[in-house]
Structure formats: C-alpha cells, structure tokens
Design a protein around this ligand. Sequence first.
Ligand SMILES: *Cc1c(COP(=O)(O)O)cnc(C)c1O
Length: 454
Amino acid sequence: MYLPMDSQTIRSFVQEHETDDEPPDPRQDDEPPSPSLTCLSTHSSFHVSALSAEASCQAVLPSLCNSKTQDFRHRFYPGLPDARWNSWHWQLQNRICTPTALSRFLDLSLEEMGVFAELKTKLPLGVTPYYMSLLHGSAPGHPLRRTVVPTVHEFFKLPGEENDPLGEEGHTQMPGLVHRYPDRVLLLVSGFCSTYCRYCTRSRLVGRGKIYPSRSRLEKAIDYIRNTPTIRDVLLSGGDPLTLSDAKLDWILGRIREIPHVEIIRIGTKVPAVLPQRVTPELVRVLRKYHPLWMSLHFTHPEECTPEAYDACAMLADAGIPLGSQTVLLKGINDDVATMKALMHQMMRMRVKPYYLYQCDPVAGSGHFRTSVARGLEIIRGLRGHTSGYAVPTYVIDAPGGGGKIPLLPNYVVSSSDAGVVLENYENRLFTYPNPVGCPDGGCGSDNGVEGYI
Ligand SMILES: *Cc1c(COP(=O)(O)O)cnc(C)c1O
C-alpha cells in the first residue's frame, strides 16, 4: 500500500529535515521570570466548591485530575521547585528533542527507533516536559504519544501527498506571508514550536530556522498589510506565535493594530495544550491591549484537557479573548464519535468554541494519520443533534493546491423538488419542508394557490 521512497528521495528528505531548531533564547527576554502557576491554582474557577476536589474530579471530568503530571515530576524531576516547572522558559530549555532524552521517558518501539536510525538526531523532534508528563510510560499506540513521537511511517509518501499540500508557496507574497483570501492574511511569525506535531502541515518550514521572527522580515510583512487595504483580518501563526517573548508579541501586535483597515487580529497556537505555563498574567496583559483579538487553539484529544490547560484557557477567556478550537482528524487518535464528542465537550467547558475539524492535510509522510472523509462525515453526524449545537465544529478540507477551506456536511437532504425538500433528522426520521410554492416575490395573494385563510 505504501509507496516507499527511493534512496535518493530518502536522502533529500533527511537533508530537508535537518533541523535548525533553536528555542528562543530566554536571556534575550527582558522579562522577569514567569510567576508560579501551580497545578491547582486558586484562580481556577473549575473546581466546583460544593463537591470535594476528588469527588468533583471523578464525577465530573476524570481527565482533569492531573495526578499524571504530579507523579511524573516526582519521578523524573524530584525536588524541582514549582516555580521552575511552571516557568515556560524552563519548559522550553528542558524540551525533549533527542532520541536519548526520549528513551528516558518511553520504551521506544522498533518503529520509533527506526526513524532515528535514518534521521540520526536531526529530525525536528520536540516535546515539552509538561506534555511528556501526559504520555510517559504509555504504549506506542497511545493517542498523545503518536502525535509527537516520530515513527518510520514518516518516510512513506502516498500518492497525492506533497511537501506543501495547501499550495501555500504559491500564495506567499514574501517569506512567511500567505495571502490566499482577499480580506485576510496569514503571517507566519516564527518557525519555532515548543512541541512538534508529527502531522504538521508546515513541516517544510517549521523547526528548521526557515522562518525567523526578525524585525526586518516582520516590518516588510507589516508594510504589505498596511499597503493592502482589503485586508481586514490578520492571522498570526507559525510555528507557534506564543513562543515569542511578551515584548516581541507586544511589538508585533502593536504595529498591526496601528493599521486602520485591520479590524481583527487572530493568533493560532497550541500553547494551552502543550505549554500552558506560557499563559501568564503578563502575557494576558499584553494580549488584551489589542482587542478585538481572537484565538484559535489546537487541541487533539480529551487527555490534553488538564487543569493546567483549563487554567490557561480561563485566563485567556477572562481577558475577553474569544477562543475557538482547531482539531485535526487523526486516525486511531480521535477519529471516533466518542473521543471527538468528549473533546468537544471539554472545549466547551474550557470556553473554547469548536471552530474547525480539519481533514488531515496530505502532507508527505502523513498516510498513517489520515482517515477517510466518510469517517469524518460519520463523526459530524454523530455530533449534530446528539450534543449542544455549539459543540459541533465545521468539518473542512483545506483544498490541496491552495483552494482554501471547503466545508463538508453529511447529506441530510433525502430528496428535493419544486414542492420542497425531504430531510433526515439526527434520529434518521424523515421530515418535509414545503417551499413557498405559488407565492410570488411581492407576497401571497388570494388567487396564488393559497390553500386557505388563517
Ligand atoms: C485557514 C486560512 C485562513 C483563515 O481562514 P478562515 O476560514 O477565515 O478561518 C486564512 N488564510 C490562509 C492561508 C489559511 O490557510
């Protein structure tokens, strides 16, 4: 089934994946260290005071009892003060980015070891200690483990897979600025992520020093936005914009906010899931100066919805930032109704509106993550009507080649005629909606086929 790459392709793949993955240097940050945010911090409104913490955890939301992280800290970082663990700089400095470091926490499978044999240690591997605490000691098939630990399957390129599946290069006006839709623009501020998703659609760029948050590059991109009055919506992404320092973010957001035709700014980030320690009161003070500011948060699985993630989202939501989620549909990770519904319910508890469910982009080496469109439609059918309408994301395919996002909906229209449509509801019962037959645009009159008078 897989089309194995020939050795030349593997060599160039390896070269392309040679990483220049430098975490931001905290010494260049003129910020004080982050304050301690302990796991069960007092600013969390999660804990239902009427119940004991334990009872509320078990009864309400089992995955929010994060004893996993506590046990992990005791075992691997004994004696580490809370202030260190809860500092995002510490989390970045102690990322797991080599196979040796990885094997401290996980018994690597042959498929996982195989990838390192080929790529040496150059593969952009990165996992924060916090995220590792959610998956250490797990089996190779564990959902979170699969999203961040590479396997040999990354070497296999299926028909139709591309390095740049969304054709972003074709819409790139200058390095890191993708202008596909007339009224909104995607600005890749940095190529760095604290934790790399193995299915990353931008694996051609991220973690490899190809997009650097330099002032001169960003100035040029901001000039482009200033000189393009159709742009009313600017999306900051990357890499993960929230790995920049508060000062840098303040500068970028301030410069964009000065442009009169920019109505809204959006930030796409996975920080609440993989590095919730980054969401500090200082960061929130910076962000809230630039309203209307929206955020799209990348969450993949209910096990990411820990008290830490909850607190991070609460701080952002309390700052008046509308939060939406973006989830990639991943085979064996979240491609069943029960897991997706649980994730969407967790999002709503965290005040995150499920925004998009993405069909996994056909990026080279993503075959083991991709599932069929039929499965995605089944999941949407399993949500709509079966849970809060707010919990149902829009299922989209980002069209290969650069066509933008195209929504997909299960077919609820059984038949359609001039008289009306026959529809199927969530319980598979049929209903008819009558078209206003015989009523002209100006309104209905007595001789226009009216059935009777009310
Ligand atoms: C996804 C995306 C956007 C934003 O799309 P929305 O549907 O408005 O969220 C804008 N530009 C590019 C290049 C994108 O990929």
